[in-house]
Design a protein around this ligand. Structure first.
Ligand SMILES: [Zn+2]
Length: 750
């Protein structure tokens, strides 16, 4: 059987000038997720490029601080929906365009697979990892191309994700939120950020926060003695891979052991009640007592743990009396009394009372001590109701003052450079100032890649990265779009859509008929948001009972948000080293003819429910090398469907239904192999080139996904894809190397 030859790709960027392509742009349906910094620029650039059918989703409302870069918005829009306003404004200067806004969360059930299938392109301008992963999965399920983007200050990136051809958004590990080893924070800080995190997460919480927030960290430190633990904030968009690595690996075993003993000693010596203000204790005396403990006694004790200081100088203790003579302490009391009389409340500021008005100027050690004492006392005097439940907030001036002073004092113990209030605030709040120009460049790149996809110039697709300092004289660096990673937890296996009545079907029905019978799972582990269900060995009796109690409950009413429409249920079987995501599509009108079992499962079933072979890579090879004739036919059919842009994956499901009931187990396994094998070819070819041609960040996946790796992106067509891939690999330097890159002077130093 001869596979149809893939038509040659149109030339890029020549295709842009053809009339047909201009029409294609005009009629293309585009979904923009996000109408913020990137989204505003993107919407503008899309209509300027000729796109006319755009839908935009954004949950947020406009804030004053957005106005310096989200140029679709004006002052009178503050408080209004970003999506609605952006749509109206763009429509205003491009009346011919149809812009449909949704002031909503993209994770809502109504934005389901069917919704995504309505679009030719999905373009992300999102600011959080969770939503980006969600959109990635829906694009994979709906088989729609996704152009992803992110910016952080001067850094930015645009990546292209096409199922089965390029890696999905989750193929490469995203930088975990930055973490710092607890023992570094507690014992051996050597960077400003270490003392800031210590001040914010350890000292602030201990003095003003909820008691459990303190004990959590202390327990962890005592227990792990230097394992990384405390998380430093958030999803930094963009610039991925550069700063993502945790610093935990830097420590030697001896240092860990030493730190463990130091931490254990400290934990023993520490009585948390020491940090509580005693009955009748004047606020400033309390603050001075804390100072003496934290900056004098504790530092002296740490300095005595010799093992810690073999490779670095020990810290020097501070003495309050030297930093702040009694006369100055008396002045603090007067300032505190003044604030109490004025009823300063939430607006109280130690800096204001001390006349430290310049936020960019570093304080002297004496000023740091004064701010620390006064800020601590102010909390107890003018904001006493918050003590015991406060959480650090970068917009709370008093909290920032306290953290700045506390951090600087600790820095001076360790010889670490001190920070101004402004800088400390940025570090503590993890603020990276957004830059309009970066958003504009990134939006232009998104549209460029979108046009290539639309034109079918897939060999010209590029992932593009914006850097803050030049790399090979370039600030904008393109890279050939990467191959899917076969072992990806998300795209390395097939996604299924389950049409089922979530109101009436109990969990027992799902587990029995779908998970065990249809998917041949032995020991199911089901996860979806806050919902968890497990079976198999190793469960405690009470756990088993708790899970059994869930079985009669309807899917929609299960704990943790339920399994309603749009929910993505992660099904795993540790015993089989296999897993799959099942997208729930609530359907009430299933006829007994179409769905004799009460549900319809759509999507090619993945490969290999056999137990994982001892050596995982070897196992993958075997699976990939044996596509049956049936699988090839299916793969060919899938290609035809791909070309038409329409999906009829229910076809393969119908086959299942016909065959069911005969020698069930053996049949099922065979079907799975047949249906999955076609996709495995693509995945295997991808693996062969992918592994040499790029470096991957650390593999975050555990070993739960070993066998799932075989079931590649879906849709099949291994040979054709292989050919295209080869072309992509060997293609001459792309036009956008000349057009799309800013080449700047080497001499420039930033
Ligand atoms: Zn992936």
């Amino acid at each position: 059987m001869e596979a149809p030859k893939a038509p040659a790709e149109p030339s890029w960027p020549g295709v842009l000038r053809t009339k047909e392509f201009k029409e294609k742009i005009k009629s293309a349906k585009v979904l923009c997720v996000g109408a913020g910094g990137i989204g505003c620029e993107l919407l503008k650039t899309l209509v300027c490029t000729g796109f006319r059918n755009i839908e935009v989703i954004d949950l947020d409302t406009i804030e004053t601080s957005n106005l310096n870069r989200q140029f679709l918005f004006r002052k009178h829009h503050v408080g209004q929906s970003k999506a609605n306003t952006a749509a109206a404004v763009v429509q205003g200067f491009c009346p011919g365009a149809s812009i449909t806004p949704y002031h909503a969360n993209v994770k809502e059930g109504r934005f389901d697979v069917d919704f995504f299938r309505r679009f030719d392109l999905v373009l992300n301008g999102l600011d959080n990892l969770e939503a980006r992963r969600h959109v990635n999965r829906l694009c994979l399920a709906a088989e729609r191309p996704l152009v992803e983007s992110g910016t952080a200050g001067y850094l930015g990136q645009v990546t292209v994700h096409i199922k089965g051809r390029t890696e999905c958004f989750e193929c490469s590990a995203k930088p975990a939120p930055k973490t710092y080893p607890i023992c570094t924070l507690r014992n051996t800080p050597d960077k400003p950020i270490h003392t800031i995190v210590w001040a914010k997460d350890l000292l602030f919480n201990r003095l003003f926060g909820a008691p459990d927030a303190v004990s959590d960290l202390d327990d962890q430190a005592a227990r792990e003695g230097g394992q990384p633990g405390k998380q430093e904030e958030g999803d930094k968009e963009g610039g991925e891979g550069k700063e993502g690595a945790a610093e935990a690996g830097e420590q030697s075993e001896e240092a860990r052991a030493a730190a463990a003993s130091a931490a254990a000693a400290a934990a023993q010596a520490e009585d948390p009640s020491f940090f509580l203000r005693r009955d009748g204790e004047p606020a400033l005396e309390y603050a001075a007592r804390v100072f003496g403990r934290v900056y004098t006694t504790d530092i002296q004790r740490l300095a005595e743990v010799k093992e810690l200081w073999e490779k670095r100088p020990p810290p020097r203790a501070l003495h309050l009396d030297q930093l702040l003579p009694p006369a100055e302490r008396a002045a603090l009391q007067a300032a505190l009394d003044k604030a109490a009389e004025a009823g300063a409340g939430a607006g109280a500021s130690a800096c204001k009372l001390l006349g430290l008005s310049n936020a960019s100027q570093k304080w002297t050690p004496g000023q740091n001590a004064a701010v620390l004492l006064l800020a601590t006392a102010l909390y107890h005097t003018v904001r006493p109701s918050e003590v015991g439940s406060a959480a650090f907030d970068k917009d709370d001036l008093l909290a920032v003052e306290f953290v700045t002073a506390a951090s600087n004092l600790r820095s001076s113990c360790y010889g670490i450079p001190e920070q101004s209030l402004f800088d400390a605030k940025g570090m503590a709040g993890n603020i990276i100032h957004a830059i309009a120009t970066t958003n504009a460049v990134v939006s232009g790149l998104i549209v460029t890649e979108a046009l290539k996809i639309l034109a079918g110039c897939l060999g010209s697709l590029r992932n593009t990265f914006l850097y803050e300092v030049p790399v090979d004289r370039r600030l904008v660096v393109p890279a050939t779009a990467w191959e899917p990673r076969p072992s990806c937890m998300v795209c390395g296996k097939t996604q299924l859509t389950l049409r089922i009545n979530t109101k009436t079907t109990p969990l027992s029905g799902l587990v029995g008929a779908v998970i065990k019978k249809r998917l041949a799972v032995n020991s199911p582990n089901l996860m979806c948001g806050g919902f968890l269900y497990e079976e198999g060995e190793g469960l405690e009796e009470d756990e088993e009972a708790a899970y059994a109690a869930l079985l009669p409950r309807p899917l929609r009413d299960l704990p943790g948000g339920g399994l309603g429409h749009g929910a993505i249920l992660t099904v795993q079987d540790q015993s089989q080293h296999w897993g799959v995501d099942v997208i729930i599509a609530h359907t009430e009108d299933l006829s007994p003819d179409d769905a004799p079992e009460g549900f319809i499962l759509e999507g090619a079933l993945p490969t290999a429910s056999a137990p994982a072979p001892p050596e995982q890579d070897g196992g993958k090879q075997q699976q990939q090398e044996a596509p049956s004739a049936a699988a090839k036919r299916k793969a060919a059919a899938a290609v035809a469907e791909d070309a038409a842009g329409v999906l009829h994956i229910t076809d393969s499901d119908d086959d299942d239904d016909e065959q069911e009931g005969k020698e069930e187990e053996g049949q099922q396994q065979q079907q799975q192999q047949q249906q999955g094998a076609g996709t495995s070819v693509a995945a295997g070819a991808a693996a062969a080139t992918a592994n040499d041609s790029r470096k991957r960040p650390l593999d975050e996946d555990g070993d739960g996904d070993g066998a799932a790796a075989g079931g590649g992106g879906g849709g099949g067509g291994g040979e054709e894809r292989g050919a295209k891939r080869a072309k992509a690999e060997t293609a001459p330097a792309p036009a956008e190397d000349k057009d799309g890159c800013i080449v700047i002077d080497d001499d420039e130093d930033d």
